[in-house]
Design a protein around this ligand. Structure first.
Ligand SMILES: C[S@@+](CC[C@H](N)C(=O)[O-])C[C@H]1O[C@@H](n2cnc3c(N)ncnc32)[C@H](O)[C@@H]1O
Length: 293
């Protein structure tokens, strides 16, 4: 029997299978060594992005991150010969991302903008020539990426401290570092109502879908959350349901399953002891969707 062609990535069969295990540990040596958390209050590790790039793209593939933050996705793209485009609302983080990718070996583009506009032609108008020059096809005014990966704001969690003396928020505040992304009303992390927040995020991923090729993938890194009042908001699960929701058009994001990113060196907070079980959330869901019809 002829061997099936691998159109998705450059991995061997063994590497492919290894990746399909639904959990992995990533503590990002670079993250702790260089303390780049100072760049941004909620980063994900470049090493983790690199693993996903390796599975969901081939060398030279084009990648979109609609919530770029300090640019981990583009740094990983540049280190792995992928072409990256990131959208970020905050001027400060957009500048950080641009600085971190200056002189990259493959084209990396930082767009300061509002992620809810991504599905509209007008959003891309002034970027079309640059995108095409970077080898990204533009079809009917919209760029066509091979893959999208991102981590959205985890609702308004950055604005809340869970009260412990060593809470990350308190430590950052004491060191004069950012504890929220911005005060911008377009910042989705500033939406007070949870339902409205989920629906705003849903709109972003509807737009991203228009900019990803058929059959290709989206990975959204999200976490379930504990509100200071003690209630659990299953953000990752709610988001998975909303992103998969089918609209009137033909294409939709089909949920393909998750990989769980475990953090093994994060200090444990003493939240409920000795009265009540309160989880230390040291894992995130990497929700995987495929553009289907
Ligand atoms: C969880 S962070 C992303 C962190 C990034 N993965 C990193 O490693 O630095 C989410 C980002 O979304 C940005 N953001 C919030 N609302 C946005 C919007 N409407 N459009 C674009 N970016 C937005 C925030 O400024 C923040 O930097």
């Amino acid at each position: 029997m002829a061997k099936a062609r691998n159109d998705l990535n450059d991995l061997s069969g063994k590497e492919w299978i290894k990746f399909t295990r639904t959990w992995f540990v990533c503590d990002s040596p670079r993250y702790w060594r260089n303390r780049p958390t100072e760049l941004h209050p909620a980063r994900f590790p470049e090493e983790m992005v690199a693993e996903f790039l390796g599975f969901f793209t081939k060398q030279g593939g084009a990648v979109l991150d609609p919530f770029l933050g300090s640019g981990a996705t583009l740094v990983a793209c540049s280190e792995n010969e992928r072409v990256g485009v990131g959208v970020e609302l905050s001027q400060k983080y957009a500048r950080t991302a641009a600085r971190r990718t200056k002189g990259a070996s493959s084209p990396q583009m930082v767009i300061r903008g509002e992620a809810r506009g991504i599905g509209r032609k007008g959003f891309w108008q002034e970027w079309c020539r640059k995108l095409e020059a970077a080898g990204i096809a533009v079809v009917r005014g919209l760029p066509q990426f091979d893959f999208a990966i991102t981590s959205p704001p985890y609702w308004r969690m950055l604005q809340t401290s869970r009260g412990g003396v060593f809470s990350k928020q308190k430590q950052r505040a004491a060191r004069g570092l950012d504890t929220t992304y911005s005060g911008n009303p377009d910042d989705l992390g500033n939406i007070a109502d949870y339902g409205r927040f989920i629906s705003a995020l849903g709109k972003v991923f509807d737009g991203v879908r228009r900019c990803v090729k058929d059959g290709k993938y989206l990975v959204v890194v999200a976490q379930n959350l504990r509100d200071p009042d003690g209630s659990i908001r299953p953000l990752a699960w709610d988001l998975a349901r909303r992103i998969e929701k089918r609209g009137r058009g033909g294409a939709y994001w089909r949920f393909q399953g998750e990989r769980i990113w475990c953090q093994n060196t994060k200090p444990l907070g003493i939240w409920g002891y000795p009265k009540i079980f309160v989880p230390n959330y040291h894992h995130h869901y990497c929700l995987i969707f495929r553009k289907s019809r």
